[in-house]
Design a protein around this ligand. Structure first.
Ligand code: UD1
Length: 368
């Protein structure tokens, strides 16, 4: 049987890696692996192929950047050609990016089965392009792989109950499989920082970095918190937007903030693991902070990972300067914060989601 996983952006490569390996290890499965080319910088794509020992994609569609419509439409045209040529039995898409939407729409219309990994997540904020993508993908995919119980009940509320499987989160799989490599990372030495003596910051969401008012609020909060070192691997979208304003210089001039290039998986996870706290607007990093017992402050008004907020491992602060600083300072004053996060039961499964996904994919195609 032929299985076609489709990836295109950094977090998809990470989420897909254990699934692709599980598929490749099965002698009855031929993997035809498509990269849309939505992310193309070495640090945003190729480095993760090296980290996870992934084969070169069967085809890279090299779509690159553009408006949402342009990007999605071009991916759809090229994906249709790839599907016509390779004739997969099932296509597997991941997460909530434009690559996910393009893959799901093309396969649904060609009557090819589609599996959606990370199905059922909702922020209920349709101003986020990712939310629009998720909802549409879940409504046209034929198999839904949910990472959490909340995700399955979100689908139920939308009357999606057939072919819904609670498998766990493949990001927990990746983390388990890379524990040793993460521990070996020398990133703290390289950056000359000490364990528990810094915070990690990431931001790249369109609603934060494309909105100058929100970006300014966040930057003002960060530059005012001189009591904690902040390590900031900068996403290309954010870098472009910071360069266009005075905010880039403001961050660069702050003595306690270190801006660096995006990191590889091992270095990033080690940096999170040894940090005092994480500030982020990423979905994946909220989970990774949780899984590594690190308190998280989320620079968004809502989250798909509600369990992390309910258990108080994660706090939503939006782009509110006061809230960002006050919640950060609360965590800094609380010596037991990491310990407490470490004691919370994980809602993200047992680290064997990829194996289950592979089994269900196989079963679904053999049953026609
Ligand atoms: C995309 C996903 C988001 C995911 C994120 C992870 C959508 C709608 N959003 O957002 O869900 O969390 O990826 O990073 O699909 N760029 C580069 N080099 C690269 C990649 C991008 O310079 O390797 C620049 C492009 O010029 C582009 C900008 O970054 O203008 C944004 O890239 P884009 O693909 O639109 O989405 P992300 O913001 O990365």
């Amino acid at each position: 049987m032929k299985v076609m996983p489709i990836v295109g952006v950094r977090p998809q490569i990470i989420k897909a890696a254990p699934v692709i390996h599980a598929l490749m290890e099965d002698p009855e499965i031929e993997v035809q692996f498509i990269h849309s080319g939505q992310h193309y910088d070495y640090e945003m794509s190729k480095v993760f192929f090296e980290n996870f020992n992934l084969p070169e994609p069967t085809q890279n569609l090299e779509v690159g950047s553009g408006s949402h419509a342009w990007q999605t439409a071009n991916m759809m045209i090229k994906m249709e050609e790839a599907i016509d040529k390779m004739k997969p039995d099932i296509v597997v898409v991941f997460g909530d990016a434009n690559t996910t939407l393009a893959g799901a729409l093309v396969t649904a219309k060609k009557h090819v089965k589609t599996g959606h990994v990370e199905a059922g997540l909702r922020s209920y904020d349709t101003s986020m392009p990712e939310e629009v993508n998720r909802v549409l993908v879940d409504h046209c995919a034929s198999i839904l792989f949910c990472p959490t119980k909340t995700a399955t009940s979100n689908l139920q509320k939308e009357n999606i109950s057939e072919n819904v499987f609670l498998v766990g989160d493949t990001m927990a799989d990746v983390l388990n499989q890379n524990k040793e490599a993460i521990n070996k990372s020398q990133i703290l030495e390289k950056l000359q920082i000490d364990r528990d003596d810094y915070a990690v910051l990431t931001m790249h969401r369109q609603e934060n970095v494309d909105d100058l008012n929100r970006l300014r609020e966040i930057v003002n909060a960060l530059t005012s918190m001189t009591e904690i070192k902040i390590i900031f691997p900068v996403h290309p979208r954010t870098e472009k937007n910071l360069k266009n304003t005075e905010l880039g210089d403001k961050l660069a001039e702050a003595f306690h903030i270190t801006m660096i290039k995006p990191l590889n998986y091992r270095d990033m996870l080690k940096l999170i693991k040894e940090s005092r706290l994480v500030l982020t607007d990423s979905g994946g990093i909220q989970k990774e902070a949780f899984l590594l017992s690190v308190p998280c402050i989320t620079l968004r008004d809502n989250t798909e990972w509600v369990e992390t907020v309910q258990s108080k491992a994660n706090r939503l602060v939006g782009a509110n300067r006061e809230l960002i600083t006050s919640e950060t300072r609360k965590i800094l004053a609380d010596k037991g914060a990491k310990n407490r996060v470490g004691k919370i039961e994980s809602p993200f499964g047992d680290g064997r989601a990829s194996e289950r996904i592979k089994d269900i994919v196989k079963e679904s195609t053999s049953s026609g």
